[in-house]
Design a binder for this molecule. Structure first.
Ligand code: 9D3
Length: 249
C-alpha cells in the first residue's frame, strides 16, 4: 500500500491551486491520479473570533507576521491526515533550490509546503517543526504560492509516467550541468536565415559534437559558475548525477 506522491500546500490563498498545475504534463498526471495535491487554508486554523492568522512584528517594523500557533496547528493537522515528506517553507531568505534537491524530493513520498505572505512567518514554528527554508531565485515575488507551484512542477515532471517521451529525461541527465544547445525546425530558411548546416548533414557524430560545443560555449558565456561544477573533481563531494557520463567536456 504505497500512496502516490503528494503535495500539501499551506496557504492563505488556497484558491490559487491547482492553477497552472492543472495544465500540461502536471495536469494530465494529476487527472490520472499519478500524484495528489491538497491546498490547505491556514485561516481555517485561526482560533479567535476574528479569525486572525497574523500579528505585528516584535521589535517593530512594517507588515505582519504569521503566528506560530496557527501555522503549527495547520502543519500538525496535515501530518495527522497523512501528509508525508519534508516540510518546505518558501521564502526569499531560503537556500536556493537545486535540481539535485528536486530529484531527492521527487524520490520521496511528497512535500508539505508552507507559503509565506506579509513579512513572513514567526521563526519559532519554522525551527520547531523542522522546515527547510528554500528560495527559487534572486528576485522578489508577492508571495510563496507561485514558488510552491514551481517546486511542485519541478518534482512532478520527474515522477514515473508523467513525461511521455523518456528520452527527454535521459538527455537531460546526460547533459546535466550544462545549458542546452539551441533548437531548429522547418522552414529550413526563415526570414533569410538558414538552419546550421551540420544539422542537415545526417552526420550524427558531427551533430552530437556541434551540440556539445554549443552547450559549452553558451554555458561559458552565460553561466560560468555551472561550468566549474561540470569540470570539478571530487574535491568537496561526488559529481552531479550524469556529469561524468559520456565524453568529458
Ligand atoms: C522586505 C523584505 N522582503 C524580502 C525581500 C520581504 C518579502 C518580500 C516578498 C518577503 C516575502 C516575499 C514573497 N516572496 C516569497 O514568499 C518567496 C520567494 C521570492 O520572493 N523570491 C524567490 N523565491 C521565493 S520563495 C518564496
Amino acid at each position: 500500500m504505497s500512496a502516490v506522491w503528494s503535495a500539501t500546500v499551506l496557504t492563505l490563498f488556497p484558491d490559487m491551486f491547482p492553477g497552472p498545475l492543472a495544465f500540461s504534463l502536471s495536469g494530465r498526471g494529476l487527472a490520472q491520479g499519478l500524484w495528489r495535491l491538497e491546498a490547505v487554508d491556514i485561516r481555517a486554523y485561526a482560533t479567535d473570533r476574528h479569525q486572525s492568522v497574523d500579528d505585528t512584528p516584535f521589535g517593530g517594523g512594517a507588515g505582519m507576521v504569521l503566528r506560530p500557533d496557527v501555522v503549527a496547528a495547520a502543519v500538525d493537522d496535515a501530518r495527522s491526515r497523512g501528509a508525508a515528506g519534508p516540510l518546505v517553507y518558501l521564502t526569499p531568505r531560503g537556500l536556493p533550490l537545486t535540481q539535485r534537491e528536486v530529484e531527492a524530493f521527487a524520490a520521496g513520498p511528497g512535500l508539505l509546503l508552507l507559503c509565506g505572505r506579509y513579512e513572513g512567518v514567526d521563526q519559532r514554528v519554522i525551527e520547531r517543526r523542522g522546515f527547510l527554508e528554500r528560495s527559487i531565485g534572486d528576485f522578489v515575488l508577492s508571495g510563496g504560492e507561485i514558488a510552491a507551484m514551481a517546486v511542485i512542477d519541478a518534482c512532478v515532471r520527474l515522477l514515473p509516467g508523467i513525461v511521455g517521451d523518456r528520452r527527454s529525461l535521459e538527455e537531460e541527465s546526460f547533459a546535466s550541468g550544462l545549458l542546452e544547445y539551441p533548437h531548429y525546425t522547418r522552414p529550413q530558411v526563415w526570414e533569410g536565415v538558414s538552419v546550421p548546416e551540420v544539422l542537415l548533414s545526417g552526420d550524427h557524430q558531427a551533430i552530437r559534437r556541434w551540440r556539445r560545443q554549443q552547450a559549452l560555449a553558451t554555458t561559458r558565456a552565460r553561466r560560468p559558475d555551472l561550468l566549474k561544477e561540470v569540470f570539478r573533481e571530487t574535491t568537496t563531494g561526488p559529481p552531479r548525477a550524469g556529469a561524468m557520463s559520456g565524453a568529458q567536456p
